[in-house]
Design a protein around this ligand. Structure first.
Ligand code: DX5
Ligand code: ZN
Length: 219
């Protein structure tokens, strides 16, 4: 079984104390930095862009997992590679030629991820699953942190896991949105490999301990 990973979402950090929060993640049991890039078009919110990511990467000592919630992501693949992204995830709903986009991400030396919205059926990934390193299952509608987890996600994890196994793919399943210590175990039992957690980590009294707790739940 692949080791389970926790990826704190920097979107929920204190941007006026970003270096402090990055160092907290560095020193914690977290595995990845989850970075949400929103353009105000694909989603009804704008997060932060390249200059902020550049400074995050300067301090971050773990895998940089970038989640692009933007239209026409092909325009920025090289930019995000140059900034130091290790995993670049695009939205299925934003890609007319998904296969081409995946090839372009890999050609830049990154791992290729595909995120799907809650309304998008996992079966749509059947024909590309062997080319996808990571599927990010959105367990909230993308655009904002702090939303409630959509329960149907458990079914989607199971369905996706079945496709991955049947196709002999090595794809990781990441869950993004509303993850807490209450749903973490059930998600991992259903087949999830990576849990993104924003508010649950950063709004807690002791983020380092919260990450540790999540890690022990999924271990
Ligand atoms: C939502 C983002 C998530 C978000 C998760 O559009 O993709 O990564 O930061 O935040 P929480 O854990 O607060 O739902
Ligand atoms: Zn995200």
């Amino acid at each position: 079984m692949t080791p389970k990973r926790i990826a704190p979402s920097v979107l929920a950090a204190d941007f006026a104390n970003l270096q402090r929060d990055i160092e907290m993640i560095n020193a914690s049991e977290a595995d990845w930095f989850h970075i949400d890039i929103m353009d105000g078009v694909f989603v009804p919110n704008i997060s932060f862009g390249m200059p902020v990511l550049r400074d995050i990467v300067k301090h971050a000592k773990k895998t940089i997992d970038v989640h692009l919630m933007i239209v026409d992501p092909d325009r920025y693949i090289k930019t995000f590679a140059d900034l130091g992204s290790n995993i670049l995830t695009v939205h299925y709903e934003a890609c007319t030629h998904l296969h081409r986009t995946l090839q372009a991400i890999k050609a830049e030396g990154m791992q290729a991820g595909v995120a799907i919205n809650p309304h998008t059926n996992v079966s749509l990934l059947e024909d590309t699953i062997n080319d996808i390193d990571l599927v990010c299952l959105m367990s909230v509608n993308p655009g904002f942190g702090g939303q409630s987890f959509i329960e149907n996600t458990y079914n989607k994890v199971q369905q996706l896991k079945e496709i991955i196994n049947r196709k002999g793919a090595k794809t990781l399943i990441e869950i993004d949105g509303g993850v807490t210590s209450k749903n973490a175990k059930q998600l991992v039992d259903a087949g999830a490999d990576v849990l993104v957690a924003g508010s649950f980590v950063f709004k807690s009294e002791n983020p380092t301990e919260t990450i540790k707790d999540l890690k022990s739940i999924v271990a």
